[in-house]
Design a protein around this ligand. Structure first.
Ligand code: MG
Length: 248
């Protein structure tokens, strides 16, 4: 192979490779995702772990008792079945890129937190709010895309009820040394292509009407979706584990 880099350059401090060095490992080649449309989900990237296969609820269980998930899979879409409770993945993971699409009920019912409520819980504990906030005021830190009970989204970028919408989330799990919190959870959230949160530091696992605080937790956890009694739909759910490049 032709010499593709430089070997007469200085070594990058704390990294151990030369600037433009030939010896540095190549990034893995993957096939990127294809875009979703209102009528069909796109294809995940080739290195993604698919959490919903479009046909079954295999891989998801009830948060109540670990029994098979009571939600319904139909024609590529995962439907909340109200009253069956929250569901979680059997897969558990930490730092990741998560992609998930949802649609609020087409028939508009209720108001404030009672309209199209669900939730995406990272590690089963940290909620990115799912709600229909199209022409539906609610408390700011409960708006669609809020880090529930802590940080409102930077903007309300909701599409109309019934239309497919998309979260792309970069999640950095909290790190503990024994019982000591070493670094809190951080999250970046894109919603329908715009930034709602950028590297925002969380105060702890999601709480309702009280303050969050950290307690020691495992380094990995499931993805949980909330049954809040509304007919919310999901599709095209996948993640990619992330090993962030170490900063010198
Ligand atoms: Mg919710």
């Amino acid at each position: 192979m032709a010499n593709i880099g430089y070997d007469d350059t200085p070594v990058l401090p704390g990294i151990g490779f030369k600037v433009h060095g030939s010896e540095r490992p190549q990034p893995p080649v993957i096939t990127p995702p294809t875009p979703s449309t209102q009528s069909a989900p796109g294809a995940p990237p080739s290195d993604a772990v698919v959490l919903f296969d479009g046909a079954t609820v295999n891989g998801w269980v009830s948060c109540r008792d670990g029994s098979p998930a009571g939600w319904k899979a139909e024609e590529g879409v995962l439907h909340v079945v109200p009253g069956t409770g929250d569901i979680r993945t059997l897969a558990e993971f930490g730092d990741c890129q998560l992609h998930i699409e949802f649609a609020a009920p087409t028939e508009v019912r209720g108001e404030s937190q009672g309209r199209g409520n669900s939730g995406v819980f990272l590690m089963g504990l940290y909620e990115i709010q799912v709600l229909d906030c199209y022409d539906n005021p609610t408390y700011a830190d409960g708006t669609t895309g809020a880090i529930y009970g802590q940080y409102p989204p930077l903007v309300n970028a909701c599409r109309k009820p019934g239309e497919w919408q998309c979260y792309d989330i970069i999640w950095v799990a909290p790190k503990f040394d024994g019982d000591t919190l070493v670094s809190p959870a951080r999250v970046t959230v894109m919603f329908n292509g715009v930034v709602l949160h950028h590297d925002t530091v969380l105060q702890g696992p999601t709480q309702h009407r009280t303050l969050a605080h950290y307690e020691p937790q495992p380094p990995i956890g499931p993805l949980t979706l909330q049954d809040h009694g509304d007919l919310v739909r999901f599709r095209n759910i996948w993640y990619r584990p992330l090993a962030c490049y170490p900063t010198p």
